[in-house]
Ligand binder design. Structure first.
Ligand code: FAD
Length: 531
């Protein structure tokens, strides 16, 4: 079983489960493999926090596999081009005759798997690939013309009907892998794997001690932690204090407060000053938690035999968000050009952007040859735009590797419409910082905000960051926590401090006037190609 980058669990894992079943049927031991590929992480702008999270999860998996007497070989390989050959070399070494893995839908990974498939044919090794990332895999929900959906509402209606009409198939839990015979631990080829130490870091992706400790508290590794976080979101009986210290992401939430956030989700989900969303994206994007488990648990909560499809309830609204994840994976699979720096609507490739030199490629960036950011872009990245909600969002992202969905939207809309900076700059910066970075969802989110993607926000619906701020952070707790310069400010001025107040408090003045910026964006989107 070849465990992939976004596949980090043992429970409810289709490829692993099938591998175990087959191994048992033909009477051979099961071996698990993980290939760390730093060149891929550089090319795909993976953040050091994400890599740290992967390594922490691999350490917990080493323990779990050991308990099952399953050798778990973690290798680091480069160049990435020869990764399939390296895998087949290992398969040969271990005398494997079958290979099982879950599919990754990104273009590079699909190309890699085509090579894997061909090598399998050449070496007489049966390659078995499984869908495991989504509730309904790409290619199932299609328009009447047999194409991938590009509009969410009809996709959603089709999605919930398809799911409920074949529920058992879509949410069935994959059986746990069976243990190997204990004698394998004495086998010379494998015994060393059972004793292998956990890897702390990968060169170029190290975290300093403070950051590493913070990440461990905020995003504990392992399937048990992921299930606890799901439980906390769904269940009123679990108190936040059971999860340890108050998470700095929610300065407003009191320790010991009772939570049943899903029931209130419909009304509170856009509030970033509340503990309003599940924060499971970190676990879902790494595969530490099964998306099927999320659905099954909502059914336990509602006591229904159907998945809740009414978005006017908290549970139904949350299920709709899970479906967005499937939707964007589908978009990436059906229209892979969106992930290659191209807008879904080609006409918007002509839009004139400001202030940023063409970014260098990721490898150059990793080698220290930094992108040359213009002043405006630099201010956005550093959270120094003078718009408190944007700055709080960007500082939270930098500090925690995660930020609330509405904050992502406001910050992305501000970059692309107010500052008129190319969405690809923001997409990349988010990937380089997010602990939950997922190409499909990140690209979908960015192209939505930039109005260039499938089913986007229409270009003329430009967020006013100040009014957004009042709605999304009504108590002001979110801003006051992340922008300490404004800690003592109360009332509406917190959301748009006048210049004199900003000067006095050492906070930047607004770097751009929203209404002028809005006019510029409207002009440029209406007539792509014109200044
Ligand atoms: P909840 O509100 O509890 O939602 C539950 C789950 O549904 C999430 O964990 C996520 O898996 C899924 N989900 C929710 N909203 C979306 C959405 N809009 N698109 C796709 N899936 C969604 N999400 C990522 O997982 N990785 C990314 O790299 C990413 N980048 C984004 C960039 C931008 C500009 C925007 C606007 C959104 C991005 N999102 C991304 C989507 C969304 O912001 C996060 O999934 C969400 O904030 C995670 O918080 P949560 O787990 O508390 O979500």
């Amino acid at each position: 079983y070849w465990m992939r980058f976004a596949d980090l669990r043992i429970t409810d894992n289709r490829a692993l489960s099938q591998a175990s079943e087959r191994a048992r049927a033909i009477g051979v031991p099961l071996v698990a493999l993980f290939v760390l590929s730093p060149q891929d992480y550089i090319a795909h702008d993976r953040s050091p926090r994400r890599i740290d999270f992967v390594l922490r999860n691999l350490a917990t998996l080493q323990i779990s596999f050991r308990e099952l007497h399953i050798p778990f070989h973690i290798v680091t390989h480069s160049p990435r081009k020869t990764l399939p050959e390296r895998v087949f070399q290992l398969l040969k070494e271990y005398e494997c005759n079958h290979l099982f893995a879950n599919i990754e839908y990104e273009v590079d990974e699909l190309r890699r798997d085509i090579r894997v498939w061909k090598l399998g044919e050449k070496h007489g090794i049966q390659v078995n690939l499984f869908h495991n990332k989504n509730i309904i895999e790409p290619g199932v929900i299609l328009t009447k013309q047999g194409k991938g959906y590009t509009v969410y509402s009809p996709y959603w209606r089709n999605w919930i009907d398809t799911l409920n009409s074949n529920l058992d198939e879509y949410i069935k839990e994959a059986p746990q892998p069976l243990p190997n015979s204990e004698s394998i631990m004495q086998d010379k080829r494998f015994s060393v794997l059972f004793k292998a130490p956990a890897l702390d870091s990968i060169a170029g992706f190290e975290l300093n001690d403070t950051d590493a400790a913070k990440m461990e508290v905020s995003w504990p590794a392992g399937e048990t932690a992921a299930k606890q976080i799901l439980e906390r979101f769904l269940n009123t009986r679990v108190r936040s204090s059971q999860l340890g210290a108050v998470n700095p992401l929610n300065p407003g939430a009191q320790n010991g407060e009772k939570h049943s956030r899903i029931l209130k989700y419909k009304d509170t989900r856009d509030q970033m000053d509340k503990d309003s969303t599940s924060r499971l994206s970190v676990y879902l994007s790494s595969g530490v938690l099964s998306i099927r488990e999320c659905i099954r648990q909502t059914m336990v909560l509602t006591g229904s035999k159907k998945v809740e499809g009414n978005p006017s309830s908290g549970v139904g609204r949350w299920i709709q968000e899970l479906a967005w994840r499937d939707f964007y994976t589908g978009v990436l699979s059906h229209y892979p050009r969106v992930s290659m720096g191209r807008p879904y609507f080609e006409k918007y490739s002509e839009v004139v952007w400001e202030d940023h030199q063409v970014p260098q490629d990721s490898v150059a960036k990793h080698e220290g040859r930094e992108d040359v950011d213009g002043e405006m872009c630099r201010r956005w990245k550093e959270g120094m735009t003078g718009v408190p909600i944007v700055d709080a969002a960007m500082r939270c992202l930098r500090e925690m590797g995660w930020v609330h969905n509405r904050a992502r939207m406001i910050a992305a809309m501000y970059l692309t419409k107010d500052l008129m900076i190319d969405w690809r700059v923001g997409e990349r910066y988010f990937m380089q910082n997010l602990i939950d970075g997922d190409l499909a969802s990140n690209n979908g989110g960015w192209q939505w905000c930039a109005s260039t993607g499938v089913d986007p926000c229409p270009y003329f619906r430009i967020f006013n960051p100040h009014t957004q701020s009042l709605k999304a952070d009504p108590t002001g707790d979110f801003i006051r926590h992340w922008v300490p310069e404004l800690q003592k400010v109360r009332g509406p001025e917190l959301h748009s401090p006048p210049a004199s107040m900003a000067d006095k408090l050492g906070y930047p003045r607004e770097i751009i006037d929203h209404s002028q910026a809005r006019d510029r964006a409207l002009r440029r989107f209406k007539n792509p190609g014109e200044e």
